[in-house]
Design a protein around this ligand. Sequence first.
Ligand SMILES: Cc1ncc(COP(=O)(O)O)c(C=O)c1O
Length: 401
Amino acid sequence: MEWESRYSERARGMKASEIRELLRLTQQPDIISFAGGLPSPESFPTVDIAEVTTHIMLTAAEEALQYGTTEGYNRLREYCAYWSKKEGIEATMDNVVITSGSQQGLDIVSKILLDPNDVVIVEAPSYLGGLGAIRAYQASFTAVKMDDEGLMMDQLEDTIKKMNHPPKLVYTVPTFQNPAGVTMIEKRRKKLVDLAHDYDFVIMEDNPYGDLRYSGDPVKAIKAFDDEGRVIYTSTFSKIFSPGMRLAWIIGHETFIRKFVIAKQSTDLCTNSFVQRILYEYCRRDLIENHINKIREIYREKRDVMLESLEEYFPEGCSWTRPDGGLFLWARVPEYIDTKVMIGEAIKERVAYVHGAAFFVDGSGTNTMRLCFSYASNEKIREGIKRLGRVIEKEIKAHKA
Ligand SMILES: Cc1ncc(COP(=O)(O)O)c(C=O)c1O
């Protein structure tokens, strides 16, 4: 049976992610992987989850095993509205929908807003899953650079001015960005909202890492500066609780949320009722705050171990970001090294990363790489960075020879 000609035009544009292939490879047990963005397995609160699950089965099994509303379990929606207040977001339950991971939110937002050839402005570099969701609805990308203070607003405005039509959407991961680890400063957050008003576009704020801060002062969400309902915000329990539970939430203006619910209905009818109740009970018992404090300690140490190891083992000519939170840092090697080509050598040394070019819509960033510090043990971080340092040194020597 021949399938290719039967696919919709939309599906024909969907390509297997090269990163997925790489991640499969790096699952071999003897490879030290800095490639995936996985929480540390030691961070999962398994005993508490077992206890809460038993409680739900004994007290609310009928509701937990039943279909729920598309909007999500109301108590969890209320909790998410409350949780988002610490970032300055004023929301009620009516602004919140529980989603099956924020990836689902990104897909449904793209489905609702994007027509083929609409222009979406993304960060250079940007989160691959976000790019994939946008690409699936046949929009086109324009990338704008970031520096240590996040997306560069002067460049963004210049880019918009040169466009025939303003962009439909600006997609940003403003806090401890995946992949670069940088955080947009408050001044730029306000400026972005002003630009959205002036040029009449929507902002998609994707914030999976905001609660994972290890140093520096908290920042307000972009959504906190939005008094027109132009910002759609999403956050997730994947990195602070468990990605396997697939629970996240989206916050938006009530009008937009009504449309979002209709679109979600045809996607999955409702998010998993069972895990929503487990998570809510976990939060109701105030276990989540303690848990986040615990994982912050674990990840702060891992980040520091990686930074110290980079200092010790990466050769001269390399540089890297020093993120205040999240799971990633971003390293640069000399211009003449292509990190996509180098990955083969790294795998031979049993160490893996994601080459930076994968995160750029224009294929630039060939001398960059994303390193995830949350997954490997401290010993493996040291050993892995040592091996990677050796691989880079070899490349430098080969270039000079
Ligand atoms: C920036 C960003 N957005 C969204 C997601 C998807 O998260 P979820 O597990 O909630 O679907 C990730 C996961 O790594 C991410 O890094």
